[in-house]
Design a protein around this ligand. Structure first.
Ligand SMILES: Cc1cc2nc3c(=O)[nH]c(=O)nc-3n(C[C@H](O)[C@H](O)[C@H](O)COP(=O)(O)OP(=O)(O)OC[C@H]3O[C@@H](n4cnc5c(N)ncnc54)[C@H](O)[C@@H]3O)c2cc1C
Length: 465
């Protein structure tokens, strides 16, 4: 049983990848470290336990990554997805440091594997964790325990006392009982606020009740809110989030990756009013999958329906829940509660607009519509070969963008522009510094690993001084 009355060198709030990387690094630097994870042991690991890979710079082939992925290309990819809403110096530093992220994780017991082909074709840019995020999180906890990090489960950090940018102590709820934790340096790694519906409701109103939270229900943003209220500088758009098209039948929380549906490019998508609302074939799926959650969030009832036929069934990952299936469009409409005549007309109008082309599922092919609004720019084939299928869709939120501002040493910046004396941040809670909008697959774990290591090192140094 740990003595919680002692003053620890470093308190890390959070229990995902960013927190563990910070705690392990601080401990390796000689600090005494306590890690407070709000979740019970069985639910530990935040969103990190749902992940599969991280994006890493590499000058040549590695054991698991093919070819090379260099700074300029990585930076271009990031700059494009964020539309320039990023901090270039911080982003480039993170990109360069990503080269060493897989090696660090391997030293902590994480095993990598070559990517499986088929899903998002990331074998050149992203290193995949053998056993997924759960295996990664388990390996990191094992390493932290072996090094002597004190791990407190069921421990919510509720408030950090801050005076003139200096954090003095934390008020926590430890297994349901109030307690105080004293420390010399603090690392905030407690993720975003995407599971806090009340907070989301501020920007989205009642629509937020229909959002599925893809990851941990513990992402309540309590420390984020607390730090911002204590004079920490904020960065990132609070209304922005990363969201994908999820199966509407998925659990409202913690459904994870398998609930995502990749059928959109090979379907037409209508809302509850049986209207198409966006070009389903705008670009290859890895570049577009992250806009569909938000698009569906803007539809009435926050629900949409992807309609296709038997020709499309082998073009995308099979879903966990089987699609609705019928021998006619009218029968399908009846099963999903849509107006049958309207749906038939949408399909007929679409079919009439499809131009002949050569279908190619993996490339931007020339199968498109003409004279249809919105158009379907690629992979447009007539929907005329029964059985007909429908996947019901809802927005699945991955994470929010609002963050605490940090500098390149992961030090938290105060609203008056001065760096905090002893507060640091890593992972989702500071990712808005680099991701102003948009997302690059695998970059969340890169940010957590890179800034986790820096925050751990700097927190240990701050505790020594
Ligand atoms: C389904 C899914 C798949 C994903 N796949 C990938 C992928 O393959 N690659 C990738 O790079 N990214 C992926 N992401 C995004 C990725 O999960 C995040 O970017 C990353 O996990 C963030 O790490 P983190 O440590 O900052 O946050 P988290 O892993 O979410 O950890 C936050 C931790 O803080 C704890 N916590 C919260 N509040 C408190 C509090 N007040 N006190 C104490 N503890 C608290 C939580 O319990 C949790 O343990 C995915 C996300 C989801 C949901």
């Amino acid at each position: 049983m740990a003595d919680l009355t002692q003053t620890f060198d470093v308190l890390v709030a959070g229990g995902g990848n960013a927190a563990l990387c910070a705690a392990i690094t601080a401990r390796q630097a000689g600090a005494t470290v306590v890690l407070a994870e709000h979740a019970p042991r069985s639910m530990r690991g935040g969103n990190s336990r749902h992940t599969r890979n991280l994006r890493a710079l590499h000058p040549g082939p590695t054991g698991v990554l093919t070819d090379s992925y260099l700074e300029e290309e990585y930076w271009d990819d990031l700059n494009r997805v964020t539309g320039g809403k990023t901090d270039e110096a911080l982003a480039r530093m993170c990109i360069r440091a990503s080269q060493h992220a897989p090696g660090f994780l391997e030293q902590c017991g994480v095993v990598f594997q070559p990517s499986l082909s088929g899903t998002l074709s990331l074998s050149r840019t992203n290193a995949f964790f053998l056993g997924g995020g759960k295996a990664l999180v388990n390996a990191l906890y094992r390493t932290a325990e072996r090094l002597g990090v004190v791990i407190l489960y069921d421990t919510e950090v509720q408030h950090i006392e801050v005076q003139d940018g200096f954090a003095t102590e934390a008020i926590v709820s430890h297994r349901g009982f109030p307690a105080r934790l004293r420390f010399k340096a603090f690392v905030a790694s407690s993720g975003g606020f995407q599971a806090n519906r009340e907070w989301l409701r501020k920007y989205w109103g009642d629509a937020a009740d229909n959002f599925q939270i893809r990851g941990t229900p513990y992402a309540q943003g309590r420390i984020l809110k607390d730090m911002l209220a204590s004079g920490v500088q904020e960065v990132g758009d609070p209304t922005q989030f990363h969201a994908v098209a999820n199966d509407a039948r998925a659990p409202m929380e913690d459904g994870g990756l398998a609930m995502r549906l990749d059928c959109v490019p090979f379907a037409i998508v209508v809302n509850r009013n049986v209207e198409r609302f966006y070009d389903e074939g705008q670009d290859v799926w890895p570049k577009r999958y992250a806009i569909w959650g938000r698009l569906i969030a803007q539809q009435p009832g926050q629900v949409a329906f992807a309609i296709n036929d038997s020709q499309a069934q082998l073009n995308y990952l099979p879903p966990v829940f089987p699609p609705y299936r019928a021998d006619s469009i009218a029968e399908l409409a009846g099963m999903i509660g849509l107006d049958a005549a309207k749906l038939q007309k949408v399909v007929d109008d679409y079919n009439a607009a499809v131009r002949p082309g050569t279908f190619s599922a993996q490339t931007l092919d020339d199968c498109r519509t003409e004279g249809l609004e919105p158009p379907k720019s690629h992979w447009a084939r007539r929907i005329d070969t029964p059985p007909y299928y429908c996947h019901p869709l809802k927005p699945g939120i991955t994470f929010t963008f609002l963050s605490v501002k940090v500098n390149e040493r992961a030090r938290v910046m105060m609203a008056d522009g001065k760096p905090s004396a002893n507060m640091f941040a890593s992972g989702e809670i500071m990712s808005g510094n680099i991701l102003g909008q948009g997302y690059l697959a695998g970059f969340g774990m890169t940010i957590g690993t890179v800034f986790g290591r820096i925050a751990g090192e700097e927190a240990a140094r701050a505790a020594r001084n």
